[in-house]
Design a protein around this ligand. Structure first.
Ligand code: BTN
Length: 335
């Protein structure tokens, strides 16, 4: 098993403990001596780390002589708080946090190869090479979005892995609705949309033998507190902040998402594909009766969505009446 603490770039456990201590006592001045005692480092280390947190954009007030405090709880996904909130659950055991990494999916895949257990969670404040579907990149601005990957080791055939993408979509839709009241549309297979604009996406990657999955990484990106997007995304992307007009606390969203996914995942494993397909049909208006363009790379055609197959593949009735099963490709609505 790898030494998590030595994984390059992971937030130092004690730095995270400092952040948690300050967050849990927000607005109260805590002396450097008490912080040093509670997290087990020297007072000068406390001072160095406070400086580091400031450089990372956390508003730590106060000084060496008086002690330190946070004016308000920062919206940082401290691993301790996530672990605490998910204590006893599948995703409450191993939580890795990065202030900056290339891709949480890339890290989680590496951990999968290194033998890390099912339930390991990797999250980041910022990704420099966030991966999207079909080789695209995922815009991952610092501190505003949710960028998280879950490592799973399900006993599934490789052909069933895409059901995990759909399952994550179902869980994400429910979590967003529970936390914000906004119900995004779920578009097969992996998009969360609001009024046709992308709110979130899921990228599932796996390592498998021909007949069995060794491990799967399910990565989710949810645009949460972005006020605006780069010009090339402005017309196609949105965030919870833009839609709801207020900040969403990412920790709440993450905790809800992981708890929801754990319960949906265990039903999938015990009840089989039918659970996912039925649930998806119920919560996705997109799967039935929408005019779409399907682009497979080899061909492009227009048709109407006609439900899901028993395996979770999208059925599209082409304009010539022929029904096609979409195995891969881009599906976009034609309005
Ligand atoms: C899509 O193209 O719709 C899928 C986007 C998935 C983005 C998330 S962000 C967290 C995780 N790490 C990555 O590199 N990608 C996924």
């Amino acid at each position: 098993m790898p030494q998590i603490a030595s994984l390059p770039g992971t937030t130092d456990r004690r730095l995270a403990a400092l952040l948690t201590l300050l967050s849990e006592n927000a607005t109260i001045v805590i002396s450097g001596a008490r912080i040093a005692r509670e997290i087990g480092v020297s007072r000068s280390t406390v001072w160095r780390w406070v400086e580091q947190l400031r450089r990372l954009g956390v508003h730590v007030k106060g000084q060496r002589s008086t002690g330190y405090f946070l004016e308000k709880v920062p919206d940082i996904l401290t691993p301790d708080l996530v672990r605490k909130r998910l204590k006893g659950s599948l995703f409450g055991k191993r939580v890795l946090h990065f202030f900056k990494t290339d891709s949480t999916n890339r890290v989680a895949m590496e951990l999968g190869f290194a033998g890390e257990p099912e339930g390991t969670v990797v999250m980041a404040e910022e990704q420099t090479a966030g991966r999207g579907r079909a080789g695209r990149t995922w815009h991952s601005e610092k501190g505003t979005g949710l960028y998280v990957s879950m490592l799973l080791r399900p006993r599934l055939a490789p052909a069933q892995a895409p059901l995990l993408t759909m399952l994550a979509g179902i869980s994400a839709q429910a979590a967003v609705e529970a936390v914000t009241g906004l119900k995004p549309e779920l578009k097969w297979p992996n998009d969360l949309l609001v009024k046709g604009k992308k709110l979130g996406g899921i990228l599932t990657e796996m390592h498998a033998e021909p007949s069995a999955v060794r491990f799967v990484v399910v990565g989710l990106g949810i645009n949460t507190n972005q006020e605006k997007f780069p010009a090339e995304l402005a017309a196609v992307a949105t965030s919870l902040r833009r839609e709801c007009g207020r900040i969403t606390f990412r920790l709440e969203l993450l905790v809800r998402l992981l708890a929801q996914f754990e319960s949906d995942y265990s039903r999938f494993l015990s009840e089989g594909a039918g659970f996912v397909v039925e649930r998806f049909r119920k919560v996705s208006d997109f799967a039935e009766g929408r005019r779409v363009r399907v682009d497979t790379g080899r061909e492009s055609y227009v048709g109407t969505t006609a439900g899901l197959s028993a395996e979770g593949l999208l059925l599209v009735k082409r304009e010539n009446g022929q029904e096609t099963t979409v195995i891969a490709g881009d599906v976009s609505e034609v309005r």
